[in-house]
Design a protein. Structure first.
Length: 146
């Protein structure tokens, strides 16, 4: 006689586990840091962007994969202060003309999602996003308005 799924003890049921990244951002290896340095500070997977247009207004959504460390927190392992590492400037350009320039600080959350609404972007226009952080790393993404 088999025991039904609901009659099993709670500890034998499969447990949900959150998805984690294999290598968290602050703990980059030397080879990853060297790859970023060799590429002029650009990070290929760091910035994602998409656009959507409704009623003549184009919304640009930018997801930046960045740790955004404040410089005010201690490491749980070493008990030393984690140095500040945050995005300083983010620029959104339409057809190579700056449309939005933002100055950011440590108050922005980790992996920020930034939404910008543009009234002058038309279908087919090139939208680019560039950012630079306080350590000199940069990121870039571009797409056409759909």
């Amino acid at each position: 006689m088999s025991v039904s799924r609901w009659a099993r003890p709670r500890w034998s049921m499969p447990m949900w586990r959150p998805k984690t990244r294999s290598i968290p951002w602050p703990a980059r290896s030397r080879s990853q840091s060297a790859a970023v340095e060799a590429n002029g500070g650009f990070m290929h997977i760091a910035t994602k962007m998409k656009t959507r247009t409704m009623h003549g207004i184009t919304e640009v959504l930018v997801l930046v994969n960045h740790p955004m460390d404040t410089g005010l927190v201690r490491s749980k392992v070493t008990h030393k202060i984690i140095p500040a590492h945050f995005i300083k400037t983010l620029t959104v350009a339409v057809n190579h003309k700056p449309a939005v320039i933002t100055d950011m600080s440590i108050a922005i959350s980790k992996d920020p999602l930034i939404a910008v609404k543009l009234t002058h972007a038309k279908k087919g226009d090139l939208v680019t996003v560039d950012w630079i952080d306080n350590e000199g790393m940069t990121g870039h993404a571009q797409t056409h308005v759909s």
